[in-house]
Write a protein that binds this ligand. Sequence first.
Ligand SMILES: [Zn+2]
Length: 474
Amino acid sequence: MGYAAKVIALDDVRASQQRQALRQQLHERFDQWLDALELQLPEAELTLNQVSETIGGWRQPLTASVAQTIVAHRHPEEQRRTPLHCATCERLLKARPTVLRTVETLVGAIELERPYFSCRHCQCGRYPLDEVVGLSTGRRQLDVQQAAVDLATELPYETASTLVGRLRGITVSSERMHTLTHQVAAGLGGLEVAPCREEIDRRVAQRAAGRLCRPVLVLGIEGAYVPSRPESARGRRPGQARQRARRARWRHEWREAKGFRFYRLDGDRIVHVLSWHQVQNEHDLGEALQQVKDAGVIPEEAVRLCVVCDGAEWIWKHVQALFPNACQVLDYYHCAESLHKVAKAPYGHTLQAPEWVEATLPRLYMGQVGTVRGGLRRMQPTAEEALKAIDNCWVYLNDHRGRTDYDKFRRGGYPLGSGGVESSNTFICHVRLKRSGAWWYEESSTQMLALRCAKDNGTFDQVFTLYQHQKADS
Ligand SMILES: [Zn+2]
């Protein structure tokens, strides 16, 4: 046997011995846990439910002790380490007595005993074990924080706090949930919650393989109303229950969350690609869209981009500037609505208008907007209000005449309505923000929206990785 082979064999033996030692320790922990469990189980007439409940309620001490044993076993050198060079001045530092730290994870509370090193010259201290195992500052570790924020982005903080206790056996107060959500979401922009280009390519390519023409990628832009409270409503510290119970001195308001969503239509199914909703103005939305474009995450050359929305001028301005080659579709249902307004305007004794609209909608659907406009011109209303409605409708159709060729759009596989972005308004904004009694500060609502977009985009883990890195750097 050569020298190298002998060394490898020795390494194998050592690794096997270490594995055995760990197993031994884990078995001992399990035995201790079983002893404790036996005392917990009721003596007579044990039902399955009682077994499940007892083990369920008692599972954290077991999983925590397993985790603690494994961590201790894997990092013996960090626990016994001495000495250590100062990271700044490179002086050799002696280990101070070990300090016990308890941290909370999803598998339970874990105790870590680790040496402390401090440099008098640089006035800094370090726990090398904390760095190696990637501990978060504070008692609750990242997995607990993520579970808490995961629930808080779906449900009111109070409910989320109760449920995380009931389902995961951990305590996170609703105030803490609120703070955590705020910390994780701070500074998130459209790009941070966007999937990477490879992932978007994958979504766009789904079922597109083998088809002759490039798939249609739809961009929908729309607003949703968010129940808001003004900044002036701040002032009382949370927890001052007596003060808060008083009648509010501020007036609630509804603010518009503007958002965009990229998605693919696959038959009746929507393949979600990317969404970004915020309480923001037109300019901010344009900037967010610009960022997404500049980052190159949208595979413009591989798709036929189509923008569908209502008639708002600012939307088309952004679209024209950023995606000049995109097919522009005026939402058919908004367009039909403008005709209905004509039908509803008071005409006095004649029934001509409603009948005309009924007969005209199929023409609109076929994209014969010239004929529709001509029809509007030929109408002879007597009332001022009707005249105005007809005029508005004509101007609306004329302004958007390049965006109403619905027959051509249909044949090209483009959507006629902006249902895709309307539904994302519902499940990103309304589902969480519109709750009875909930009025949001702007910062809280934009942060909640950012996290919900991350979930929708499939980037919630990515957001947490980012958060972890930011914490480590700070
Ligand atoms: Zn130093």
